[in-house]
Design a protein. Structure first.
Length: 240
C-alpha cells in the first residue's frame, strides 16, 4: 500500500520526491531519489573546518550544513563519539577512504551513479574494503533489511540503540531507488518493517535519537536535538 503511494508521489515529482505519512502507526518522512538521473548526485555534508586528514573533527547544525551546501535533501549520517566528534562508521569519497571506521553495512554511491548497500562480517573496517569506483560511501549499523528480509544485525553495534527512539535509515529499493527515512520514536523492529513496506530490498539504520534529522526542499522536516558531525546530502543540479 505505502509502496504504491510513494511511487505515485514520486512519479509526479521527478527524480527526488518527499512524502510524510503514518506507516505502521508511526509518523514517517520519506525522500525517494533516482540517483542515476543526470541532474542528481550524492555527497557528504560536514561542518566548516572539519578535516578528517588533519584529525580536525567539528560539529554543527544540520540546518547550517544543508543551507551552506545548497543540498536539496539531507539526512543524519552515521553515529559519532560525542567526546571526540569522530565518526563511528567508515566514510569514503572519490575512491579514497577518508575516515577508517567500522564498515559492517555500507551505502555506496558509485561512478555509474547507482547506489548499493552491502553487508560485511562484524568487525570489518574501512581499510578492509576496496573503494575504487566509489564516489561516496558511508557505513552504519545495524542492518535493517537484507535481500528483502527483515534483519537487525549486529544488534550490539552501539550502546543505547535499543528501545523506542527517533530513527533515521537509508534503503535501496528493488528498482535501485534510494530511500532516506526519518521517523518519530519507534523500535528497530518496526523501522525494519517500515523500510520493507516502502520497498527496500536492503536497508541500514543511521544515527537517531536526538541526532535524527531530515531536510528537504529548503525546510527542516525533522529537527535534530543536537549538533551533528556529518550527514548524507542529495544535490539536484540545474538541468542543461
Amino acid at each position: 500500500m505505502w509502496l504504491l503511494a510513494l511511487v505515485a508521489t514520486c512519479a509526479s515529482a521527478g527524480n527526488v520526491a518527499y512524502m510524510n505519512h503514518t506507516i505502521r502507526s508511526c509518523d514517517t518522512h520519506v525522500v525517494q531519489i533516482n540517483t542515476v538521473a543526470s541532474s542528481v548526485r550524492l555527497g557528504l555534508l560536514r561542518p566548516a573546518g572539519c578535516d578528517y586528514d588533519g584529525n580536525r573533527y567539528r560539529d554543527g547544525s544540520l540546518l547550517g550544513m544543508a543551507r551552506a551546501s545548497g543540498t536539496l535533501a539531507a539526512i543524519t549520517g552515521t553515529y559519532f563519539s560525542p567526546p571526540t566528534l569522530e565518526p563511528v562508521g567508515a566514510i569514503a569519497l572519490h575512491g579514497m577512504l577518508v575516515y577508517d571506521g567500522l564498515a559492517h553495512s555500507v551505502l555506496r554511491y558509485q561512478k555509474d551513479k547507482t547506489v548499493v548497500i552491502e553487508h560485511h562480517p562484524c568487525g570489518t573496517r574501512g581499510h578492509d574494503l576496496d573503494w575504487d569506483g566509489t564516489l561516496f560511501a558511508m557505513a552504519s549499523s545495524p542492518s535493517l533489511v537484507r535481500s528483502g528480509r527483515p534483519t537487525i544485525e549486529p544488534y550490539g553495534y552501539h550502546r543505547g540503540i535499543g528501545g523506542n527512539a527517533a530513527r533515521c535509515a537509508v534503503g535501496v529499493t528493488g528498482a535501485g531507488k534510494l530511500l532516506l527515512v526519518a521517523t518519530e520514536p519507534t523500535s528497530l523492529g518496526r523501522l525494519s518493517r517500515i523500510m520493507l513496506d516502502l520497498g527496500a530490498q536492503e536497508a541500514i539504520n543511521l544515527d537517531g535519537g536526538t541526532s535524527a534529522g531530515l531536510w528537504y526542499d529548503g525546510r527542516m522536516r525533522v529537527w535534530p536535538g543536537r549538533s551533528l558531525t556529518q550527514a548524507i546530502g542529495v544535490f539536484e543540479d540545474p538541468r542543461d
